[in-house]
Ligand binder design. Structure first.
Ligand code: SAM
Ligand code: SF4
Length: 333
């Protein structure tokens, strides 16, 4: 699938729930959360069918996200089903990490079970190593659980475990050095993410925003020069650098300040209530659940995907007075 700007779409990010066991200030609306009724949320067979159809159109990578995907009941059933799709070569999961160390009846940890069902990459959110700040940012006391989850992920045998930290002035700006040292010690790939306007407006003001450029300057002041590594890419828009001395690699995801951010976009999103979104930073979304539930054929759904890809914007609208609509937790980050 290719859009009119030459973006080649081979990656589908699939949100499986709008619920979460944490309450991150930049993701969850602070007002009373209203969860979607269960009947609105795609069931596992529906998700698997849409992923299969996408795979027949060239999607080879998927990432399961949410909300917190690992809070959804029987989520391993979904991973087992997805693992059986022959054209999907790469399955990843985005998680806050708090449940990865959970022991299952089988005696495995949840992380081990995910790895057994073919999950290759785990992206784990970690904005701070300070328990107080962790609670202030996520609304929960899960730092130790998350650190245990990171250890479980390392032990489970994923091909890649990545850490994602959202940069917030005044909240975790003093944590940047500690996070880098932690990632170095644990041999994990750490990426810093710029805050995007996908929550309520009051947590996303100029005072909270910390650009990746400024973070980079501060990191270099403390740790020495970073060498760009333009050839090193993962699936997404992160730009990678390597420390001259230690060789540690870190990434920056600068959706707001990197003007080339959208050029290599290869992604489409499926929300948990069955909307296809061609771009995170645009309010465009297309309801594929209704035609599917009304009996659309595979061919009709394939056509639907192609039409959505054709509407993919050239770039996101975050820089142009974008007003948050759907919150990140309900889109799928
Ligand atoms: N619950 C999982 C987690 O926390 O990783 C998966 C879903 S979460 C929405 C996916 C990613 O989006 C996380 O790394 C989170 O930090 C990031 N995120 C959420 N809201 C954001 C925002 N307003 N700006 C930038 N990143 C955000
Ligand atoms: Fe939950 Fe992840 Fe959003 Fe935090 S970022 S509230 S953990 S979905």
């Amino acid at each position: 699938m290719e859009d009119r700007f030459g973006h080649r779409i081979n990656y589908l990010r699939v949100s499986v729930t709008d619920r979460c066991n944490e309450r991150c200030i930049y993701c969850m609306p602070q007002e009373l959360q209203e969860w979607l009724p269960r009947s609105e949320v795609l069931n596992y067979d529906e998700i698997t069918r849409l992923v299969r159809i996408a795979s027949e159109l060239g999607v080879v990578k998927i990432r399961i996200t949410g909300g917190e995907p690992l809070t959804r009941r029987d989520v391993l059933t979904l991973f087992r089903q997805l693992n059986e799709l022959p054209r999907i070569k790469d399955v990843g999961v985005s998680t806050n990490g708090s449940l990865l160390a959970k022991p299952l009846e089988s005696g495995e940890t949840l992380a081990e079970a995910l790895a057994r069902f073919g999950v290759r990459t785990a992206n784990i959110s970690l904005d701070t190593l300070d328990p107080e700040k962790y609670r202030a940012i996520t609304g929960r006391d899960f730092l130790q659980q998350t650190l245990d989850g990171i250890a479980a992920a390392k032990a489970a045998g994923f091909e890649k475990v990545k850490l994602n930290a959202v940069l917030m002035r005044g909240r975790n700006e003093a944590e940047i050095g500690d996070l880098i040292r932690f990632a170095r010690r644990e041999d994990l790939l750490l990426r810093f993410i710029e805050l995007m306007p996908v929550s309520t407006t009051n947590v996303l003001n100029e005072q909270n925003f910390l650009s990746v450029g400024e973070a980079q300057r501060r990191i270099e002041a403390e740790f020495g020069p970073l060498m760009p590594e333009p050839e090193f890419r993962t699936n997404g828009p992160a730009l990678y650098y390597r420390f001259h001395d230690s060789g540690q690699r870190i990434g920056f995801i600068g959706a707001m300040t990197n003007l080339h951010f959208c050029e290599s976009c290869n992604k489409l999103r499926l929300t948990c209530d069955g909307k296809l979104r061609p771009c995170l930073g645009s309010h465009l979304e297309f309801d594929i659940k209704t035609p599917m539930r009304q009996g659309a054929s595979d061919e009709q759904l394939r056509q639907f995907f192609l039409e959505v890809v054709d509407r993919k914007p050239q770039q996101h609208e975050f820089r142009y007075n974008y007003q948050p609509g759907r919150k990140m937790v309900a889109i799928g980050g």
